[in-house]
Design a protein around this ligand. Structure first.
Ligand code: DGI
Ligand code: FE
Ligand code: FE
Length: 191
């Protein structure tokens, strides 16, 4: 499917702050580069990057109304983790608004938690979000190096960081995040 990415850009421009808009465009560029490197669809990866945080700045009460009106039931863990809402709501929003390929919807849906059995487009977006040009956290260079070796190698470190950081501050960890981490650890040769 060919996407009208100018339309997507206009949409996120109207919904996001300057910094979040810039982040989204950087993720789109990075996702396109990863798709070229790993044999994915660069155009679809770019489109997913643009849209991945489209509802990131949706107010809490609006998000809850959005879930109610679209028949989305959140699990207790999801209810307790508002940072996960933009991925769940974003996937519903883009389905309703643009009816893209399911692979793009799933990439947005799982870009924050990951999940077991991620497809190439899902992995590409997940990793692009960690290493986009706007990211400058300690360790980002190591993540960029890992992403050149393999997507799984970068994902393992990203998930480890997420699990560590969440448990450190007493936040709930989504079962998809844990399952994704375990799958990767089990699939790799351990040193
Ligand atoms: O939207 P971005 O900021 O670009 O990145 P993101 O969608 O990966 O969101 C990152 C945030 O989501 C970060 O503050 C940690 C949080 N997060 C990721 N996985 C989990 C989670 N929060 C909870 N409670 N549980 C998770 O499994
Ligand atoms: Fe996000
Ligand atoms: Fe993001």
């Amino acid at each position: 499917m060919r996407y009208n990415t100018d339309e997507f850009i206009k949409d996120i421009r109207s919904r996001l702050s300057d910094a979040r808009f810039y982040h989204s465009m950087c993720v789109a560029d990075e996702a396109m580069a990863l798709a070229k490197r790993y044999g994915g669809d660069p155009h679809a990866a770019y489109a997913a990057g643009i849209l991945h945080d489209v509802l990131k700045e949706q107010p809490r009460d609006e998000a809850l109304r959005f879930f109610a009106s679209h028949g989305v039931k959140l699990s207790p863990v999801e209810l307790a983790a508002p940072k996960l809402w933009h991925a769940i709501a974003g996937a519903v929003y883009i389905t309703e608004t643009y009816a893209p390929e399911q692979a793009l919807v799933d990439a947005v849906r799982y870009h924050t938690t990951g999940r077991v059995g991620m497809s190439l487009p899902e992995k590409i977006l997940f990793v692009a979000d960690f290493i986009s040009a706007d990211r400058d956290y300690p360790g980002v260079e190591d993540m960029r190096t890992r992403a050149k070796i393999s997507l799984a190698y970068a994902m393992e470190e990203g998930l480890r960081f997420t699990v560590y950081e969440l448990s450190e501050r007493g936040a709930v960890i989504h079962p998809d995040t844990v399952a994704c981490y375990n799958e990767i650890v089990l699939s790799q040769e351990r040193k």
